[in-house]
Design a protein around this ligand. Structure first.
Ligand code: PBG
Length: 328
C-alpha cells in the first residue's frame, strides 16, 4: 500500500503512458457511413449533421479513393431512391443508388471493404423497416415474415453489385437466416453478414432520419427495435443471430450502450462492431461549435471508449476527421 505502491509512477512520462496503454484507436477501426441519393446531382449538406452530406451516385468513386487513402476499415452505404412505395421494392432495384455506388466504389478502389445497409425504411413511403399489416387489434404493424423476402432480395442485389458484406438493420426475427439462405442459393456463399444484432429504439437516430429520409410517418420503431431498458435481451438477440449464421455482430447506438458492447464482447467470439450514431455525432459537433468542447479531443476520447468497451470496429461519421487527426 501507499507509500510503497504509487500508480502515478507509470503516468510520469509520455513514453511510459504509451507503453502501458490498453486500448488503441486507428483509422482501420473506422467504417464511414455514406448516403447516396438517386435524385441529386450535387452533394446536399445534412443540416442536423454538420460535415455530412447526401451524395450523388457519381461521387462514389472519389469517396472510395478517399476512404482507401485514409486507410479506413471500410464504408457502409445507405440509399435514397427517387420513388418509394409501401413495400420498399426500390431496395431491390439493381440500378438503384446503392448497387450503382457499390459497383463504382469497387471499380475505383477494389481493396476497399464495401458494406451495404440492408433495410427498407429508406425505400418505403411510410418509413417503417418492413411491410405493414393490420394486427389482431386492428393496428398497423410491421409484418415480420412478409418482410424477410424483400430483405433477402435486397441483400442479394447488393451482393451481386459487389458488396463484400451486407448488414441487415431492420430487426426482423429470422432475417439473418433468410439472407444467408438467399446468398448461398445464389452462389454468394463468400459474402459476409454483419448483423445489427442489438439495435435499440433510440432517440439518438434523430439526425440521420434527415440524412436518410427515413423517419416513420406514423408511430415509432419500438415494435421491432429493442427497449433501451433491456440488457439480457441483447444477449438473446446475439445468440440467435450467431446461430442463424451472422459473421459479425453490431451494437447500436454505441456511447449510451457501452455496457452492452462490453457484455456482447464477453459473450461472443465473433467480431463486434458498434455504431456511433448520428445523435452521438451531432452532440459533439454542436458542443464544439458552441465552444463548449474541444472537438478533436472529445471525438478521439469517445471513439477510444468504444474500443475500450470491446468493439473491434466503429461505424462513425467522424471517420474522416478522426483518421486525419490520427495522422492518416
Ligand atoms: C434504419 C437505420 C437507421 C440508422 C441506420 N439504419 C435509422 C433507424 O433505425 O431509425 C441510424 C443511424 C444513425 O443514427 O446514425 N435502417
Amino acid at each position: 500500500m501507499f507509500p510503497t505502491i504509487r500508480p502515478r509512477r507509470l503516468r510520469r512520462t509520455a513514453s511510459l503512458r504509451r507503453l502501458v496503454r490498453e486500448a488503441h484507436v486507428e483509422p482501420s477501426d473506422f467504417i464511414l457511413p455514406l448516403f447516396f441519393s438517386e435524385a441529386l446531382d450535387e452533394a446536399r449538406p445534412v443540416a442536423t449533421m454538420p460535415g455530412v452530406s447526401q451524395l450523388p451516385v457519381r461521387a462514389a468513386a472519389e469517396q472510395a479513393k478517399l476512404a482507401r487513402d485514409l486507410g479506413l476499415g471500410g464504408v457502409i452505404l445507405f440509399g435514397l431512391p427517387k420513388v418509394k412505395d409501401a413495400h420498399g421494392e426500390a431496395a431491390c432495384d439493381p440500378n438503384g443508388p446503392v448497387p450503382r455506388a457499390v459497383a463504382a466504389m469497387k471499380d475505383a478502389a477494389p481493396e476497399l471493404c464495401v458494406i451495404t445497409d440492408t433495410c427498407v425504411d429508406e425505400y418505403t413511403d411510410h418509413g417503417h423497416c418492413g411491410i405493414l399489416k393490420k394486427d389482431s387489434r386492428g393496428e398497423m404493424v410491421v409484418d415480420n415474415d412478409a418482410t424477410l423476402d424483400v430483405l433477402a432480395r435486397s441483400a442479394l442485389v447488393q451482393a451481386k453489385a459487389g458488396a463484400d458484406v451486407v448488414a441487415p438493420s431492420d430487426m426482423m426475427d429470422g432475417r439473418v437466416g433468410a439472407i444467408r439462405t438467399a446468398l448461398d442459393q445464389n452462389g454468394l456463399e463468400d459474402i459476409a453478414i454483419l448483423s445489427y444484432a442489438v439495435k435499440y429504439a433510440s432517440s439518438f437516430y434523430g439526425p440521420v432520419r434527415d440524412a436518410a429520409d427515413c423517419a416513420p410517418k406514423f408511430g415509432d420503431r419500438s415494435g421491432y427495435q429493442m427497449d433501451p431498458a433491456n440488457a439480457r435481451e441483447a444477449l438473446r438477440e446475439l445468440e440467435l443471430d450467431e446461430r442463424e449464421g451472422a459473421d459479425m455482430v453490431m451494437v447500436k447506438p454505441a456511447l449510451p450502450y457501452l455496457d452492452i458492447v462490453a457484455k456482447v464482447r464477453e459473450k461472443t467470439n465473433l467480431p463486434v462492431g458498434a455504431y456511433n450514431v448520428s445523435g452521438e455525432y451531432a452532440m459533439i459537433k454542436a458542443a464544439a461549435q458552441a465552444g463548449m468542447l474541444d472537438e478533436k479531443r472529445a471525438t478521439l476520447e469517445a471513439l477510444l471508449s468504444i474500443r475500450r468497451a470491446g468493439a473491434d470496429f466503429i461505424l462513425t461519421y467522424h471517420a474522416i476527421d478522426a483518421a486525419r487527426w490520427l495522422g492518416a
